[in-house]
Every structure is written in structure tokens, then in C-alpha cells.
Design a protein around this ligand. Structure first.
Ligand code: ADP
Ligand code: MG
Length: 281
């Protein structure tokens, strides 16, 4: 007759529970020494296996989501950015906005932590089991343009529409062609009221006509992207340049506020200037 411990070993092999198998001997000897109860032994084995798998899942998901290098809210120094309401960011990291398929905007000058915060919330979402994908607007438009050229646009839009959170970083750094703006609009339309987004930009909404090279498309984009939206505006100094204050010309020292959004369109209310505001159409 096979001893019970050998049978457990075989079962763990068949179930591909490598980590539990690895810790079995140690757990059994603790059990023999009377250091733990049988129920604690079962608990320890399962917890070891689960921890390993969860860690592996998160690692794979973070890479797939393109959230490397990882940023966290714990590593964000809120005292450096006093215009930012820490409680508000922590509330957003509870991820209810993802369930409500809302759009979260981070606006502010370069180096104020927009990408850091967007990534950190993305990391929190991955840990909570949400599917996330991050890219810059330029990468997104390049991929859509390529897909369109190859006759795979529908497929590509479905790919970008699939994640429950899509992070589009760096809106406003590079000008977009009207073809590119059109492709971005198609994607935004596909996600509208279905999936959450985080957008980061160094430019105010009033400048979107200029960024997207077409005021009509920009208006249509903003119409959807501000309908169920949270706007967090950061007004502060660049963290990148924090040790080089003397090298920065006075006029770029980032009190430069971002132009407020244009007046209300068909629906929704735009945010007032400064701070974060909830808008529900
Ligand atoms: P932005 O996207 O607004 O231009 P980033 O989020 O990329 O700025 O920030 C630039 C660098 O500074 C990143 O490495 C980021 O992790 C770091 N950083 C920015 N703000 C903070 C902060 N308040 N605390 C800690 N690190 C920060
Ligand atoms: Mg950035």
C-alpha cells in the first residue's frame, strides 16, 4: 500500500502544484513536531501555492499591460506635489471608475507625475484582476495606422477596446495627423461607456483642436472623453528637475497652468480650472 504522504506527493505532481510539493516536507515535519495542526498544514500548503501563482499572474499581466517599469502609489511623494489631493488619488485607486467605465484625465506640465500616477493605478488594477493596457498616443496611432494599411483595423480596434482599462499616455507632445485623429476617434467611440481610460496630457482641452489638427474631430473626441470623466490637474514643479531648480528658466518653472477646457458641448460639464472634479453627464 502506498503511504499517504507519497500519495499526496503524486497528487501534487498531477495537479502541477510545484510550490506546495516543494514545501510539503517542511510542513510535514512541523506537523510531526506538533508545531502546527493538520488544518494549519493544509492552509500553509495551499497558501504557498496560491501566492506563487498570484505573483506569477501579476508579473505576466504587468508585462502584457506594458506597465514596466512598475510605479506605485506608495513610491509617490505627495508632499512634493501639494496641488494634488492624496485622498482623491487613493480613492481613485479603489478602481470604482473602472467599473463605471469612466475616463480619468491627468493634466499638468512635464515631470509632475502624470505617467507615474497613471501607471500606479494601472498596477493596482492588474493586482485587482483587471485587464490593463498602456501605450502612448503616438504608439497607439502608429499601430492603428499600420493595421488600417494592412486591412486589420477592426481587429486592432477590438484589441484596444478589450482591456477593462486603457491608459493612453502623452497626449499633446506630438502633433497628430487628421488621419491619426480619426483612428483615435474610432477607438474612443468603441470604448465609450464600455471601458475605462486614463489619459495624460501636458496640454489643456482647449488646445486639442491644435493637437489633433482638426477642431471638429477634437470636439467629437472631447464630447465622449469628458462625458463621464474625472479631471485631475497637477500644478507643480517637475520631479525630474527637482535638484536642478537653478537651471530652469523662471518662465517654465511650472506655475504655468493649463488652459481651462472649452465651454460645454452637447452633454456633460467641463471641469472648473484647478483641482479634480467629478462629472457625470
Ligand atoms: P510626467 O508624466 O508628468 O511627465 P512622470 O510621471 O513620468 O512625469 O515623472 C517623471 C519621473 O519622476 C518618473 O520617474 C516618476 O516616477 C518620478 N516622479 C514624478 N513625480 C513624483 C513624485 N511626486 N514622487 C516620486 N516620484 C515622482
Ligand atoms: Mg509622462
Amino acid at each position: 500500500m502506498i503511504p499517504v504522504t507519497d500519495r499526496i506527493r503524486q497528487s501534487l505532481v498531477s495537479l502541477h502544484m510545484a510550490r506546495a510539493l516543494e514545501t510539503l516536507d517542511q510542513t510535514l515535519s512541523q506537523l510531526e513536531r506538533g508545531e502546527i495542526s493538520a488544518i494549519e498544514a493544509i492552509d500553509a500548503l495551499l497558501a504557498e501555492e496560491l501566492n506563487l501563482r498570484e505573483g506569477r499572474r501579476i508579473g505576466v499581466a504587468l508585462r502584457t499591460a506594458r506597465l514596466m517599469p512598475i510605479k506605485t502609489l506608495e513610491s509617490f511623494d505627495f508632499s512634493f506635489q501639494p496641488s494634488l489631493d492624496r485622498n482623491r488619488i487613493m480613492a481613485l485607486a479603489q478602481l470604482e471608475f473602472i467599473k463605471r467605465a469612466e475616463v480619468l484625465h491627468f493634466l499638468g506640465p512635464p515631470g509632475t507625475g502624470k505617467s507615474h500616477l497613471a501607471t500606479a493605478i494601472g498596477v493596482a488594477a492588474v493586482k485587482a484582476g483587471r485587464s490593463v493596457y498602456r501605450c502612448s498616443l503616438a504608439e497607439l496611432i502608429e499601430a492603428l495606422t499600420k493595421a488600417e494599411r494592412e486591412g486589420r483595423l477592426g481587429e486592432k480596434i477590438r484589441f484596444y477596446a478589450r482591456a477593462s482599462l486603457l491608459i493612453v499616455d502623452e497626449i499633446g507632445y506630438l502633433p497628430i495627423t487628421s488621419g491619426g485623429a480619426n483612428l483615435f476617434f474610432q477607438l474612443v467611440n468603441a470604448r465609450y461607456e464600455k471601458g475605462a481610460m486614463i489619459l495624460t496630457s501636458n496640454r489643456g482641452f482647449a488646445e486639442w483642436g491644435e493637437i489633433f489638427g482638426d477642431p471638429v474631430v477634437a470636439t467629437a473626441l472631447l464630447d465622449r472623453l469628458l462625458h463621464h470623466a474625472v479631471v485631475v490637474q497637477i500644478e507643480g514643479a517637475s520631479y525630474r528637475l527637482r535638484h536642478h531648480a537653478d537651471l530652469i528658466p523662471e518662465h517654465t518653472r511650472s506655475h504655468a497652468t493649463i488652459t481651462p477646457p472649452p465651454p460645454p458641448k452637447r452633454r456633460g460639464r467641463p471641469p472648473k480650472n484647478g483641482g479634480a472634479h467629478h462629472m457625470h453627464g
